[in-house]
Design a binder for this molecule. Structure first.
Ligand code: MLZ
Length: 462
């Protein structure tokens, strides 16, 4: 792993104006469902004591510390080998994504020695770990000077204290587990022709992200296993989506879906969270209905668009009015419940810029519908759920640049409209901004890159 991203993540987190989104706000982030309960302000941890000269200090006093959670007893020994890591207790003062600001026990209100750590780091453990591993607890020199009888102090401080669970490492590993593996086949939107899907093979998996290579080509694509752009084998044929593949594949893949018999390398339907088809009874999107939609090829823009095709299972093919290719190669597929489609008038109601056909400044929906002889899709058809996400404007996150999806970048939530977040990439022009759903799998908590071992793109500086 690059030291560049470690420094960046830690360097930023110490800034006074720095606010990050909580891990629990990200639906699909590792440990999102329990992190905020596990890691709270005030919990105590055992952390490597990097006060180097501490290594030379005599540790003659056998010390007993008792932790309320573990009931284990740690005894410091006087047989500590030189250069062996020693530890000390610290309290979590602040939490930022997967990082925490710690203060060594004994510094009380003195914040001048506070330091940030990745909580998943191998140097951080729950209280009781040193005892169980025969590791030594020694205070930093400053504290030792202040508190010669620090053992009693520690016992008092640790009584009833909360700490990290002893199995944190396995909880982390479990939350990073994926059913996708290199060699697996799936169907992925063709990045060169977004109206089609192609068969692709997984090359790399990392933190739920997938690097896939389109079969029969050298072209590859970074995406996420929960992205709406990836599908199980047989999906295109089943929902009647355009597919670029051999005739054999088309036939066999449909057979596989119908018989539910897949090859060992196939990504199967149970590996995907399929959209719910809960449209109001008797109501359907219809061809030629007008909507507003996030442009998948320019995610900073919400455009006037048309339902050009209705596929099976309520998938819709959509085209952007005024810029549709005559061949239909830039039509794109959103599910009817997608958070990226809106009823006509959505932008106006939310004071957002609507990209209109021919950039007509005086665009008016009523007139446009008359002129085109089309009708607007009824508002009742659209997904109106707004999850309780906890994101706030100004929060920093790590986010995939979906136009260059290899890049995970430092980003800020610059605007929130219901469940829609406007993601601004720090240092980059606003034309790089992208509208993302609050449940997008391409948004990550601060420290995620470091957690999974992926390079974080720093803000652009000039
Ligand atoms: N080379 C590209 C990189 C853009 C990446 C922006 N990420 C937020 C460019 O300069 O356009």
């Amino acid at each position: 792993m690059d030291s560049k991203d470690r420094d960046l993540t830690i360097e930023y987190v110490g800034r006074p104006d720095f606010v990050t989104a909580n891990v629990s706000s990200f639906k699909y982030a590792p440990m999102a469902d329990f992190w905020d309960r596990l890691v709270t302000i005030g919990i105590k941890v055992e952390v490597v004591n990097n006060d180097t000269e501490v290594q030379d200090l005599p540790t003659k006093t056998p010390v007993k510390t008792k932790n309320s959670n573990s009931n284990s007893t740690s005894t410091t020994t006087d047989t500590k080998e030189l250069n062996e890591k020693v530890y000390w207790i610290a309290t979590v003062i602040k939490i930022s994504g997967y990082l925490a600001k710690l203060r060594y026990e004994g510094y009380e209100d003195d914040d001048s020695h506070d330091f940030w750590v990745y909580l998943f780091n191998d140097d951080i453990h729950g209280v009781g770990w040193c005892a169980s591993q025969g590791k030594t607890l020694v205070p930093p020199r400053n504290i030792l000077r202040k508190l010669p009888d620090w053992t009693m102090y520690l016992i008092k401080k640790l009584t009833g204290a909360r700490t990290l669970p002893p199995d944190l490492k396995s909880l982390i590993d479990e939350s990073l587990a994926t059913r996708f593996r290199p060699g697996m086949k799936l169907e992925v939107v063709d990045k060169q022709r977004i109206s089609s899907v192609r068969v692709a093979t997984v090359e790399v998996t990392i933190g739920g992200r997938l690097l896939v290579t389109y079969d029969g080509s050298d072209s590859s694509f970074w995406t996420h296993e929960r992205s709406p752009l990836v599908h199980p084998i047989g999906w295109a044929q089943f929902v009647s989506h355009e597919l670029i593949a051999t005739y054999e594949y088309a036939r066999e893949s449909l057979e596989k879906v119908n018989s539910k018999r897949f090859s060992p390398d196939d990504a199967t339907w149970d590996m995907f969270e399929l959209p719910k088809n809960d449209l109001p009874p008797g109501q359907r999107f219809e061809v030629n209905m007008k909507i507003e939609a996030v442009d998948p090829l320019n995610l900073s823009s919400i455009c006037v668009a048309t339902v050009v095709k209705v596929l099976r299972c309520n998938y819709l093919m959509i085209g952007i009015d005024g810029s549709m290719c005559p061949t239909g190669s830039d039509w794109f597929c959103y599910h009817a419940t997608s958070p990226y489609i809106f009823p006509a008038g959505f932008c106006k109601a939310n004071n957002l810029k609507l990209t209109t056909p021919n950039n007509d400044e005086n665009f008016d929906w009523t007139r446009y519908l008359q002129e085109t002889g089309a009708k607007a899709a009824p508002a009742s058809l659209f997904n109106k759920d707004i999850p309780q996400h906890g994101f706030k404007e100004g929060m920093l996150i790590e986010a995939t640049d979906l136009m260059q999806s290899r890049l995970v970048c430092v980003a800020t939530i610059s605007k929130i409209v219901g469940r829609l977040l406007r993601i601004h990439f720090n240092g980059w022009d606003e034309t790089f901004d992208q509208w993302c759903d609050c449940e997008s799998p391409d948004l990550f908590p601060w420290g995620w890159c470091r957690l999974v071992g992926y390079e974080l793109e720093p803000p652009k500086t000039e």
